[in-house]
Design a protein around this ligand. Structure first.
Ligand SMILES: Nc1ncnc2c1ncn2[C@@H]1O[C@H](COP(=O)(O)OP(=O)(O)OP(=O)(O)O)[C@@H](O)[C@H]1O
Length: 294
């Protein structure tokens, strides 16, 4: 478990990126931080592995105050995946994946073998091992980035808009792969995006930010969709409603929200007031209850 307690980050130029932020990030689940550009998401992510230190407040991992831990060791024990993969262009795929294990003193042969196994894990053909990043597609490069993030077998994986720069179809694949990996590997994933659809698809806990690192709402996708805290959240959640075409389907175990691809976006509370609010949120143009999305 990762816990932020009243964390504030003010940069030397006076910018307050995060203000009095508190959050519990449960272990072995995906928590998604979502919000518009400049709302402090990346800063929060980077405070978890001490790439950035808070101005005030504390951050604990499994009860341990991370300000007491050596930043380099902490950084090397936590997986980090960034947008545009951040691969080293002059290193082969396999060496990119093995970078941190080699820095930690793992023998070259072992690190290479582990890297090849990780290529299997993230769905990359081993024949790509000796290619350079520029010889790979954007989606393949992101898979290499994920493999590299997993290379130290971290308990925690930080992902900063990892699928932001790939086309929608590849992105869909990568999202499904991440859900699959999460079920298989049981990591604590903290995922940053500005895409609310991605947040609701991936997140078991979703935290919606407004500017200044202020939490507008946090909860499960169903909780947020069925009961948005205020107009800001309602408009943020509803901004892309045409594309998402969320609708309610009745199942034997209760009502669920389903997106236009037939994926469950959340389970609605039995509370009819919540259902009414969710229906309002979906607005005109969304199919009526029980109907299929177009
Ligand atoms: N090193 C820095 N020095 C000064 N200001 C910074 C620094 N890093 C970030 N900021 C500012 O802090 C605020 C939050 O930035 P941050 O990158 O955390 O936001 P974000 O929500 O991740 O945005 P994006 O989605 O665009 O990546 C912004 O106003 C940004 O300009």
């Amino acid at each position: 478990m990762i816990e932020f307690r009243s964390v504030t980050k003010q940069f030397p130029d006076g910018t307050v990126a995060v203000r009095d932020f508190s959050l519990i990030i449960p272990s072995r689940k995906i928590t998604v931080l979502v919000g518009s550009s400049g709302s402090g998401k990346t800063t929060i992510l980077r405070m978890i592995n001490r790439m950035v230190d808070p101005t005030s407040g504390t951050i604990e991992i499994d009860g341990e105050d991370i300000s007491t831990l050596a930043p380099v060791n902490l950084r090397r024990s936590i997986g980090y995946v960034m947008q545009n993969s951040g691969l080293l262009p002059h290193r082969k795929v396999v060496d990119n994946i093995a970078t941190v294990p080699l820095l930690r003193g793992v023998k070259k042969r072992v690190a290479r073998e582990n890297a090849l196994e990780l290529m299997d894990t993230v769905g990359l053909d081993r024949s790509l091992a000796d290619k350079y990043p520029s010889q790979l597609s954007g989606g393949q490069q992101q898979r290499v980035g994920v493999a590299r993030g997993l290379a130290v077998d971290p308990n925690i994986l930080l992902m900063d808009e990892p699928f932001g720069a790939v086309d929608p179809i590849v992105r869909d694949d990568l999202q499904q792969e991440l859900l699959h990996l999460q079920r298989e590997l049981d990591k604590t994933v903290v995922f940053v995006t500005h895409d609310i659809d991605e947040a609701f698809l991936l997140g078991e806990q979703v935290v919606i930010f407004r500017t200044g690192g202020i939490v507008a709402q946090k909860g499960t996708p169903a909780e947020i969709l069925s009961d948005p805290a205020d107009d800001f959240v309602a408009s943020f959640v509803g901004a892309d409603r045409g594309k998402r075409s969320l609708h309610i389907e009745q199942t034997p175990t209760g009502d669920v929200l389903v997106d236009s691809d037939g994926r469950t976006a959340g389970v609605l509370s039995a509370d009819s007031a919540h259902e009414a609010k969710a229906a309002t949120l979906m607005g005109a143009g969304a199919p009526a209850q029980g109907e299929e999305a177009p």
